[in-house]
Design a protein. Structure first.
Ligand code: EPZ
Length: 419
């Protein structure tokens, strides 16, 4: 198990290429189960979560080939039960349920267990499948969905915390081969949902309104193979821009999609960082100081929960009182205790973090608990005096492609150490 050591204080300068989106590639790879024909997906990031998804597809009987960032999947014959040993490692495995139900009219997946970022039920996914005519059964830790036929329906997928991203993906993938028309109200509007819909349309699906709260899917008899380029990862992009803000000086992200980043760029410019955008680039200039902010997370197009931890790290070093309220995963504050070990002054009041910016952070041994929390610790380490030792970096490798190498190419001083 690796750990990384961040030697603080080195300014960041230069440009960094943004990888394909993890949260888009995962459901798109699952959607290849919807056809017997080969699908070619490019710009697939090299991440352990992607590796898990490809293993699940192989275990389900697919032929899977990978050549650097391009993956070819041929799902000629498929099984309908995903193996527990892999599924337990990654919650997003749940998104094989929809395509298998759509194609084979049945699917079994182990129920996702606990998650450090908070309660993550799948009731909305199941509500959607039931509306499409499926029966839902729970046994020995598995959920099985089955239906003699899938019939289009009108479904509201809005839950207590708003829309559901993978729930919208799953129901959309089950509905593309249904009899008749499905209307999803309260749909997630994330760019990753729209990217999945664009891939399904390239396979021959009939979908309107993806990227809005109402998605209309007219079922078709069958889908064919297709090629698709995954969109850039907006959370990786936001993480690099926040890294530039926290330590300075001048970083340009390339191969990005600026229009997907508005909810991240607005608060960064409100905090006083200079931002300029090009067709597929964004540059942030910083002298390492900024203004305090009041922020709330919410589903897209709101400020993303997946950027909350990184923003906590930044605002811990900004003079003044900042306030961040987490509305999507109210318990998602595992990074706070570790940032406090580095000298941050943060008080948690329910789902709100009240941050009193400190002049300096100091390096310390800290523990990564989840993907975005670990990115926040890396950012804090860039600013901190001395060195920060981050353990359990496998969390980072789940969602960031060579984060330490990319940061070192911008001037950071990060070592990866085998333990
Ligand atoms: C996706 O998870 C992302 N994962 C998460 O990113 C991201 O944090 C989340 O969307 C929100 O943006 C992937 O795309 C693989 P949700 P998802 O269903 O779809 C509640 C990262 O760091 N809910 O939109 O699982 C749920 O508890 C990861 O890359 C129900 O109540 O999240 C939460 O409070 C972490 N019932 C809210 O909705 C349901 O059936 C939003 O969750 C489903 C969700």
């Amino acid at each position: 198990m690796d750990k990384i050591i961040v030697h603080g204080g080195a300014k960041l300068t230069g440009s960094v290429r943004i990888s394909g989106s993890k949260n888009s590639a995962l459901p798109i790879l699952a959607a290849t189960l919807l056809t017997k024909e080969p699908c070619v997906i490019s710009r697939v990031p090299d991440l352990s979560d992607i590796h898990y998804m490809l293993t699940i597809l192989s275990e389900l009987g697919c032929e899977v080939e990978r050549a650097s960032g391009t993956v070819t999947v041929k799902a000629e014959n498929v099984l309908t039960e995903a193996p527990y040993d892999i599924v337990r490692k990654m919650r997003a495995s749940i998104c094989v349920l929809g395509p298998l139900l759509g194609r084979e009219k049945e699917a079994t997946v182990s129920l996702p267990g606990g998650c450090v970022i908070g309660d993550r039920p799948i009731d909305l996914h199941l509500r959607g499948f039931e509306a499409l005519g499926a029966a839902v059964r729970f046994r020995s830790g598995n959920v099985k969905v089955l239906a003699p036929e899938i019939r289009g329906a009108t479904i509201n997928l809005r839950g207590k915390f708003g829309s559901t991203v993978l729930g919208t993906d799953n129901v959309m993938m089950a509905a593309v081969l249904a009899e008749g028309t499905t209307v999803i109200d309260g749909a997630a509007e994330e760019p990753e949902v729209e990217d999945l819909a664009n891939f399904l349309i390239a396979m021959g699906a009939k979908i309107e309104g993806a990227g809005t709260r109402r998605i209309i899917i007219e079922g078709v008899k069958e889908l064919h193979g297709a090629e698709h380029d995954v969109i850039p990862d907006r959370i990786e992009a936001g993480t690099f821009l926040t890294a530039a803000a926290i330590i300075g000086n001048d970083v340009t992200i390339t191969r990005a999609e600026p229009k997907h980043l508005k909810a991240i760029l607005d608060p960064l410019s409100q905090a006083g960082f200079l931002i300029s955008t090009g067709k597929d680039t964004v540059t942030l200039r910083s002298n390492g100081t900024g203004h305090p902010l009041k922020l709330e997370t919410s589903p897209y197009p709101g400020f993303p929960t997946d950027m909350q931890a990184q923003m906590c790290a930044l605002l811990s070093t900004v003079d003044g009182i900042s306030v961040i309220t987490e509305n999507v995963f109210p318990q998602r504050f595992m990074h706070v205790a570790e940032l406090k070990r580095m000298g941050a002054n943060i008080e948690l009041q329910g789902a709100t973090a009240v941050i009193n910016g400190v002049g300096k952070l100091s390096g310390a041994p800290v523990m990564a608990s989840d993907l975005r929390a670990s990115a926040a610790l890396v950012l804090a380490g860039l600013k901190a005096e001395n060195s920060t030792e981050i353990n359990r970096v496998y969390h980072i490798d789940r969602g960031y492609e060579s984060l330490d190498e990319k940061l070192n190419a911008l001037g950071a001083q990060i070592e990866r150490v085998k333990v």
